[in-house]
Design a protein around this ligand. Structure first.
Ligand SMILES: [Zn+2]
Length: 661
């Protein structure tokens, strides 16, 4: 889901220095070809589009992945977030999300009407609602049932479940607007039983959370077969491959979709969608040079990097059609670039939903093989066609196919592994697609880049909140700590390690953790191993501390062919830093500092006057909270970047708030 920039762009659019000996290529173990089948679903659901009701039956096979005997099962019933003003979601969000307010009479709910072991015991009488996160006894988004017999280690259980659901009016992620339906988080979904050792657990147990205002996903992999029945006039899109379409004699149609190696299933329906299909033809979309470049960067043979074809299906709103090509171009670029960087997209299909403006709250969402984008009609034409929302949203949501879709981290507990890595990866791609100096927008001569944008939120006074922190435990810092701050942290790491090592870190992380559940520590371990040095101190400071980075030029004294320049560490965070010095008539001189002490002094015995000093001259330390104090012009010089910058940033802020109409 989109966060920080989403506030301006989606909802608003309703609007160092390489210190290394040389990177290791990382383990070249092929990623597992298939995900474990921990939770298989066979669902039949019927939509009543007038009453906005779902009537569903499902058969769930759950396999115990642990060596424990498991006595109970936990389920997410997330549509109950929209049930009433007592839900934890409502209390946290105060009835609005991403600046989109909840609509009157827009309540939704889900009721489990039957839950039994297949051909066996009725479990419904034992169902209780649980609230491990906040103790809210009125919340009904998490349910637990006791089993008459525990599920044995490695054993499985087959369940038959029936449910009815009322979809909410779409303002947050899921629901309807008129005859448009985006159906996500809609069925009783089993939580994740984490065996001992997974994500650092000492003992096995359920990782199950209520539905919160922030963060969404954590689930186990399995095979989904979903048969959706609704009136024939609807165009349907869903996770996976359509394996059957049967018209019944009564004006209804059943669309069956199937997909393995995924941990969720979402679908959409509207009679108004304009369907555009295009094949991602790997042979045409990826040049020999692109393969060679990726192979060199990753230290892999070209043959190990080959991508596969993907059937892309775009479901557009008629009034957004002038932007269809932009969506498609961004999609093709995303499949190619992320496939080369993180491994082949392993699914045959990708569906992109363009929601109507009345349901913009369902935009910018990620489900396996199924993403929702989001735009508004004014972006069809100049000058607003250079606000890169369609590109940004597609790149972001497609990046989620990797970070959280395949590398199934726990968004509730460590959202940055999901949103933060995605934000960084998408920023990097949109920089490549439209230009690193304008990757958010170009408007009236003004350019805003992804880096500018992320940095706007990063300043002193962000308080004591950290990147690694449960999503529901933030006061106001969720969006910053889940999106912008980790994105800036990864940019800083990229600057520290260099592009090639960074590429290998990310590749190795994805390959090792694909179809599994990594923690932040698992990420730190991969990064340290590939970089060939212990990066834990860097991560402890950036991910697990509220500390800020701020290096600044201090006093400068020059007399009698002696120059002394003090550089100060004004933040608590310590990082190796480069300082550049320019003396008249001499080449630029670069010196390094470990950045640990509160200050250091550089001295020179030159007769020539000092023209300027610049701390972190390549601006690799993206996390530095202020670049205004990094440089100082002493003597007259052509480069005077500093004073200009603050005025320019103010303008950017004005434009962005104007966009938030
Ligand atoms: Zn996201």
């Amino acid at each position: 889901m989109r966060g920080l920039r989403g506030r301006f762009l989606i909802a608003a659019l309703v609007a160092i220095q390489a210190l290394l000996a040389g990177p290791s290529a990382g383990h070249a173990d092929p990623p597992p070809a298939q995900a474990p089948r921990t939770a298989d679903y066979d669902i039949a659901v019927r939509l009543d589009p007038d009453a906005k009701l779902l009537d569903g039956r499902l058969r769930l096979t759950w396999r115990n992945p642990s060596t424990d005997s498991v006595p109970d099962l936990w389920f997410h019933l997330y549509l109950n977030a929209f049930r009433d003003r007592e839900s934890t979601f409502w209390r946290e969000s105060r009835g609005q999300l991403r600046d989109v307010p909840m609509l009157e009479n827009g309540w939704g709910r889900i009721d489990v009407t039957a839950l039994r072991i297949a051909n066996g015991a009725d479990l419904l009488p034992s169902l209780t609602f649980e609230a491990p996160d906040d103790g809210n006894r009125r919340d009904r988004t998490l349910a637990r049932v006791r089993l008459p017999q525990p599920v044995a280690p490695g054993g499985s259980v087959d369940l038959e479940i029936a449910f009815t659901a009322a979809l909410p009016k779409a303002y947050a992620r899921t629901g309807y607007a008129g005859d448009y339906f985006l159906v996500g988080q809609w069925f009783p979904k089993i939580a994740v039983y984490e065996p001992a050792g997974v994500r650092g657990r000492a003992a096995g147990g359920w990782s199950a959370h209520q539905f919160h205002a922030d963060s969404e996903f954590y689930a186990d992999f399995g095979y989904y077969r979903v048969a959706i029945t609704l009136p024939r006039r609807f165009v349907v899109g869903a996770t996976g491959v359509r394996t059957a379409r049967v018209d019944h004699g009564d004006g209804t149609t059943t669309h069956t979709y199937e997909q393995g190696d995924v941990h969720d299933f979402a679908w959409t329906a509207s009679p108004r969608f304009v369907e555009i299909t295009r094949r991602f033809d790997a042979a045409a979309e990826v040049s020999a040079q692109a393969y060679r470049d990726a192979a060199a960067r990753l230290g892999r043979p070209v043959e190990a990097l080959r991508l596969g074809d993907v059937e892309v299906r775009l479901l557009m709103q008629p009034d957004h059609l002038p932007q269809a090509e932009r969506y498609l171009r961004a999609t093709m670029r995303s499949i190619a670039a992320f496939g080369l960087a993180y491994g082949r997209y392993p699914y045959r299909t990708l569906t992109i939903v363009d929601p109507p403006e009345a349901a913009i709250g369902t935009g910018g969402m990620e489900y396996p093989t199924f993403i929702t984008a989001g735009t508004i009609a004014p972006l069809n034409t100049w000058p607003l066609n250079r606000v890169y929302t369609p590109e940004i949203v597609v790149a972001h949501e497609f990046a989620h196919q990797y970070f959280q879709g395949m590398v199934a981290s726990n968004e509730f507990e460590e959202a940055w592994l999901d949103e933060g890595i995605t934000e960084w990866a998408a920023g990097w791609l949109v920089d490549e697609m439209v230009g690193a100096d304008r990757s958010v927008l170009e408007l009236a001569g003004l350019r805003v880049s992804d880096l500018d944008y992320q940095r706007l939120a990063n300043h002193r006074g962000r308080g004591s909140e950290m990147i690694r922190q449960p999503s529901w435990s933030y006061d106001t810092g969720y969006a910053f700590n889940a999106y912008a701050r980790p994105s800036l942290t990864l940019r800083t790491l990229d600057g520290l390690l260099g592009r090639r090592t960074m590429a290998r870190v990310m590749r190795t992380y994805v390959e090792r953790w694909r179809y599994r559940h990594p923690s932040s520590d698992d990420f730190y371990r991969v990064a340290s191993e590939v970089a060939g040095r212990d990066l834990t101190p860097f991560f402890r400071q950036t991910i697990e501390s509220p500390a800020v980075i701020d290096y600044a030029v201090g006093e400068i004294t020059q007399e009698n062919a002696y120059t002394a320049v003090t550089v100060r560490r004004q933040g608590d965070l310590q990082i190796p830093i480069v300082v550049a010095f320019k003396f008249a008539g001499r080449p630029v001189e670069r010196r390094t500092w470990d950045g640990v002490a509160r200050w250091t002094r550089f001295t020179f015995s030159y007769a020539e006057p000092l023209e300027w000093v610049d701390v972190d001259p390549d601006r690799k330390v993206a996390l530095d909270v202020s670049w205004l104090n990094n440089g100082r012009v002493v003597a007259a010089d052509r480069r005077a970047p500093i004073a200009m910058t603050s005025r320019w940033l103010l303008t950017v802020q004005q434009v962005l708030s104007w966009l938030a109409f």
